[in-house]
Design a protein around this ligand. Structure first.
Ligand SMILES: NC(=O)c1ccc[n+]([C@@H]2O[C@H](COP(=O)([O-])OP(=O)(O)OC[C@H]3O[C@@H](n4cnc5c(N)ncnc54)[C@H](OP(=O)(O)O)[C@@H]3O)[C@@H](O)[C@H]2O)c1
Length: 267
């Protein structure tokens, strides 16, 4: 990692990279393991597999609980998703215990809307606030309201899909627009003599979002690190803000029937 890489302080005093590369030892608690009694054993199994004593960051992957078992996506004979009934506030208490046990440094959530975050923050006896909320966030879904909310609560908004996602065949509508081909983004990139990917990442850094971007290509990884070497002008930031159009690449509609489906709320 380049010495130019910067860090963001979390509300529990720990730090994360300002641009995530998957190099930070973070893990997510999968939706079939949200029952409080499953949380610590699940984390311990992950630690054993990873041959680690602790992870830096542990996140509740998604607020909708799924039926526990070996199948990550449990479905019935008709292919309907099998849900579980778990209050994620109880899951959160189990995560707090994992932190107290030293199995994880920081705890957070992923794919929570602001009302769901609010429920954790207002939970009686809350010991630790979530340090972050990792959500889909990019130029076509810039999450400005959720970002403002998170900032007001000292929660870091971590962006996945900042480059328009990997367009996973099973999850993303293949007819959805390709973010990095956007003509206005490409114009801003040309003007700044940088690639559209770098502009899309720089946009997030400049508004206080931590993008987590995945690449296995050396040239891309090197390029992405240049995000700390330039700045976008206020006019460019405004132009890029204007690209927001509520395109959610990963709407996970198969969970829409559950009352905790996060995207029924505006933000
Ligand atoms: N919490 C959640 O629910 C959730 C959901 C989805 C994803 N995630 C996580 O978020 C991370 C990022 O998400 P993502 O990979 O779907 O989306 P992404 O970061 O928007 O896109 C990654 C894609 O961009 C390409 N890329 C990387 N650097 C590039 C560059 N400089 N120029 C051009 N293309 C570049 C990579 O392709 P190639 O390297 O193949 O060229 C990769 O396929 C992943 O680690 C993923 O596990 C979390």
């Amino acid at each position: 990692m380049s010495s130019k890489q910067q860090f963001v302080k979390l509300n529990d005093g720990h730090f994360i990279h300002a641009l995530g590369f998957g190099t930070c030892k973070s893990q997510e608690l999968w939706s079939t393991c949200l029952r409080p009694e499953l949380v610590q054993p699940t984390l311990e199994k992950s630690l054993e597999r990873l041959q680690l004593d602790y992870v830096d960051l542990y996140l509740i992957h998604y607020p909708v609980p799924l039926k526990p078992g070996d199948n990550d996506f449990p479905v019935d004979e008709q292919g309907k998703v099998l849900f579980d009934t778990v209050d994620f506030c109880a899951t959160w208490e189990a995560l707090e215990k994992c932190k107290d046990a030293g199995l994880v440094k920081s705890i957070g959530v992923s794919n929570f809307n602001h009302k769901q975050l609010e429920r954790i923050l207002n939970k009686p006896g809350l010991k630790y606030k979530p340090v972050c909320n990792q959500v889909e966030c990019h130029l076509y879904l810039n999450q400005s309201k959720l970002l403002d909310y998170c900032k007001s609560k000292d929660i870091v908004l971590v962006a996945y899909g900042a480059l328009g996602t990997q367009r996973y065949k099973d999850w993303v509508d293949q007819n959805s627009p390709v973010l990095l081909n956007d003509p206005i983004l490409c114009d801003v990139a040309k003007k700044n003599k940088r690639s559209p990917a770098l502009i899309a990442l720089r946009y997030q850094i400049q508004r206080g979002v931590v993008p987590v971007v995945q690449s296995f290509k050396e040239n891309e990884i090197k390029e992405n690190l240049q995000v700390f070497e330039f700045q976008l002008s206020p006019e460019d930031m405004k132009t890029l803000d204007g690209l927001n159009r509520n395109v959610r690449y990963l709407p996970t509609k198969c969970f829409a029937d559950h009352p905790e489906y996060p995207y029924s709320e505006e933000y």
